[in-house]
Design a protein around this ligand. Structure first.
Ligand code: FE
Length: 369
């Protein structure tokens, strides 16, 4: 049995590495090496577990260092061991479906409201009951049935050259698709879920025709063919390739404290603008944790979510990964406090999943590479 588990773990590792190598998202790979640990199904650990408070098995698609730090702190506080399996979200969903009630997983953690909702619709999750969580996380950042709980959010903002663009010239995502920005706009490929969810949100708000027109305008205005990750768009602004870019807010925070001197220089020369403040709001997306329907360590799983939504853990999420906290009591790091507050889009996160196929189709139709 043990032999079989090892073989399975190695096979999964190979599958995960293979998938990552074929991925265009090199930036995300750079953020964190893929980790694979087999959750301790081994019964020889059982006595140890009782002594230490047991365990919780997490399947996660998040690729940020701060997560591991928080899991360690949770273990220190509670004695509950956190076993982590990290892979891309669609692979984890397939795996959960395949494993069914035999799954060792207790929690599914990922970025993107659409994917969280897909896990729910696949029947992989169950409602989470915890007054603490209900108090810590506003209802709009939780699933309607509490099958998943938001852990952090991020905004897809406009970043601009402080030398060449005045913030007064900026207004909306729609404005970026007008002739005003011809040959000046930078954005990564439509393969990115970040862009797919932005497009899906515009379909939800404006309808397919208008969203397609918008995507066409974006493609018409590109300063170069889409390449690289979000940070590469900011770097290209400073290199003079273009003047404005669409990127996730937390990457700007990362650049402000980067070990790479070049990235800190880039940070100094760009500004952050929250679009659509007078209209439909800035696009946000959410990271969240869903409780697995067949969880064997349900109590520990709920405890881990309770911990991750405390002010203390939330301040770490935001201080180290520059994501917005879901717990409004949590303080922001200086760089984010300077951005100020903003109005987010009022879109059901489930729509990101619902309109994803249409978003991909329309982006392909207009030639968004
Ligand atoms: Fe990212």
């Amino acid at each position: 049995m043990k032999k079989f588990l090892w073989a399975f773990a190695l096979l999964m590792l190979a599958a995960v590495l293979g998938a990552c190598n074929s991925s265009s998202d090199k930036e995300e790979q750079k953020d964190k090496p893929v980790k694979e640990e087999t959750p301790a199904e081994d019964t020889t650990d059982a006595t140890e577990d009782k002594k230490t408070g047991g365990e919780v098995n997490v399947y996660t698609a998040r690729h940020y260092d701060v997560d591991a730090v928080l899991y360690e702190e949770f273990t220190e506080k509670t004695g509950i061991k956190v076993n982590v399996i990290e892979a891309k979200a669609p692979e984890l969903i397939e795996r959960l479906k395949r494993e069914g009630q035999n799954t060792p997983a207790d929690l599914f953690i990922t970025v993107d409201g659409g994917i969280l909702n897909t896990a729910k619709e696949e029947g992989l999750l169950q409602p989470i009951e915890s007054e603490e969580i209900d108090k810590a996380v506003p209802a709009e950042l939780r699933d309607t049935d509490n099958e998943w709980i938001g852990l952090s959010t991020r905004a897809r903002v406009i970043v601009y050259s402080k030398d060449r663009v005045k913030p007064e010239e900026l207004s909306t995502y729609e404005d970026l698709a007008t002739d005003k920005w011809k040959d000046k706009l930078l954005v990564r490929s439509s393969d990115s879920l970040y862009n797919q969810s932005l497009m899906a949100s515009l379909i939800a708000i404006d309808g397919e025709d208008k969203a397609k027109e918008w995507a066409q305008g974006i493609v018409n205005n590109l300063a170069r063919e889409p390449e690289g990750g979000d940070r590469d768009q900011a770097r290209a602004i400073v290199a003079g390739v273009g003047d404005v870019a669409i990127m996730n807010s937390y990457y700007v925070g990362h650049m402000s404290v980067s070990d790479e001197a070049e990235d800190v220089k880039v940070f100094d020369q760009i500004g952050v603008f929250f679009p659509n403040q007078e209209t439909t709001g800035t696009h946000i997306n959410i990271s969240g944790a869903g409780l697995i329907k067949h969880s064997k360590n349900k109590e520990n799983a709920v405890k881990l979510i309770e911990y991750l939504t405390t002010v203390e853990a939330q301040e770490q999420f935001t201080a180290e990964n520059f994501e917005f906290p879901v717990n409004k009591e949590a303080k922001l790091p200086e760089v984010m406090a300077e951005w100020g507050t903003f109005k987010p889009q009022e879109v059901d996160f489930a729509d990101y999943g619902k309109y994803n196929p249409k978003a991909v189709e329309l982006m392909n139709e207009v030639g968004w590479k």
